[in-house]
Design a protein around this ligand. Structure first.
Ligand SMILES: Nc1ncnc2c1ncn2[C@@H]1O[C@H](COP(=O)(O)OP(=O)(O)O)[C@@H](O)[C@H]1O
Ligand SMILES: N[C@@H](CCOP(=O)(O)O)C(=O)O
Length: 330
């Protein structure tokens, strides 16, 4: 029997879409080493009235004010539709989104909301209604919701956000995504400058066609990276982390990116790239000490002010192997 103590809470982490060499087909979940929750949290609890959505958190005011335009609400509608199709009872729930992620940041912000919402709904039904969808079914729903927001179906944020680790999208709908061995002793400096770049707009600047030379280089870089991941050959993997598909066309949307890239590479970064569609920059480091030095430099040289205020931040991260995770109920 339903009662007002029925509540679950799920955290979904930030991710690096593309990882430079895998446009739309590679993504990696990250977590700050200092324990900061870099991602969104969704609570689902019993409602004896009707279903509802409340949005709280640092970036709540950057989202549409009406709940119908929030992707978390669309997730609830999709989940309920899937329940009905599976002949399951649909119950009223109250959702709370803690929007910790800036929108249009290149950190997979919409994916964080989508994954946290759908994973929390599934956990709620599993715990209190003795029914749940499979991970595969969940990932398909997450892809559908991400496509609704960004205008095209790409799993490179939702898959790592849900499963954790480094994920490779495979063109097999029964699989969708496979976990690659990642470099979990590396440090990834994530620098969000505090300006917004919409994924949709950053996709529109890309060319419709590429030269044969670019196609060859892209295929070679991606294949070499995947092979090096399997052999855990760090030097080889990061030596080919060059994006020929998106970065050359997106750099103009990212003030100070090229200077920061060139500086960090000259200082010995293993690699520097655009996280997702930007504006977040990621830099791969051998040691935590180097990562901390880069973080300090990026704080003074990559963050920007908008109307005299800075919304940017820098985190030293490692790979988040867990992906979406239940949080202890408050
Ligand atoms: N819960 C949500 N989280 C993030 N964006 C949302 C959410 N609900 C609606 N949106 C809208 O979706 C769009 C997301 O933009 P996008 O550039 O894809 O973000 P990101 O790259 O950070 O995922 C924005 O227009 C935003 O207002
Ligand atoms: N493959 C996508 C990734 C978008 O990531 P986001 O974090 O910017 O939403 C792209 O590069 O367009």
């Amino acid at each position: 029997m339903a009662n007002n103590k029925q509540k679950v809470s799920v955290f979904a982490p930030a991710s690096i879409g593309n990882v430079s060499v895998g446009f739309d087909v590679l993504g990696m979940a990250v977590k700050p080493v200092d324990g900061t929750l870099l991602g969104d949290v969704v609570d689902v609890e019993y409602s004896d009235n009707s279903s509802d959505l409340i949005v709280i958190g640092q970036f709540a005011d950057k989202l549409p004010s009406n709940k119908e335009d929030n992707i978390v609400w669309s997730c609830l509608l999709l989940f309920n539709q899937a329940l009905a199709q599976a002949n399951q009872e649909v119950v009223d729930v109250s959702l709370t989104l803690d929007k910790k992620m800036p929108v249009g940041s290149g950190l997979g912000s919409s994916a964080c909301s989508v994954v946290a919402a759908l994973a929390a709904l599934n956990l709620y039904y599993q715990t209190f209604q003795q029914f749940s969808f499979s991970k595969q079914e969940m990932l398909e729903m997450m892809g559908q919701m991400e496509a609704q927001i960004s205008g095209s179906l790409h799993y490179d944020n939702v898959a790592p956000c849900y499963y954790g680790g480094l994920q490779l999208m495979v063109p097999d709908e029964k699989v969708i995504s496979r976990t690659l061995p990642s470099f979990n002793d590396c440090f990834y400096v994530m620098a969000y400058p505090g300006i917004e770049v919409s994924t949709k707009a950053a996709r529109e600047v890309l060319p419709a066609q590429y030269s044969r030379a670019d196609v060859i280089r892209h295929g070679q870089n991606l294949a070499t990276f995947v092979d090096a991941c399997h052999r855990q050959d760090k030097q080889q993997a990061f030596s080919v982390l060059t994006d020929v598909v998106a970065e050359p066309y997106r750099t103009s949307l990212l003030p100070k990116y090229q200077q920061a890239h060139d500086y960090l590479m000259a200082q010995g970064a293993l690699a520097v790239g655009i996280s997702g569609s930007g504006p977040t920059l990621f830099s791969v480091c051998q040691s935590e000490q180097q990562a901390k030095e880069f973080a300090q430099w990026l704080e003074s040289h990559y963050l920007q002010e908008v109307n005299g205020q800075s919304f940017g931040f820098v985190h030293v991260c490692q790979v988040d192997e867990n992906g979406a995770a239940e949080l202890a109920a408050k």
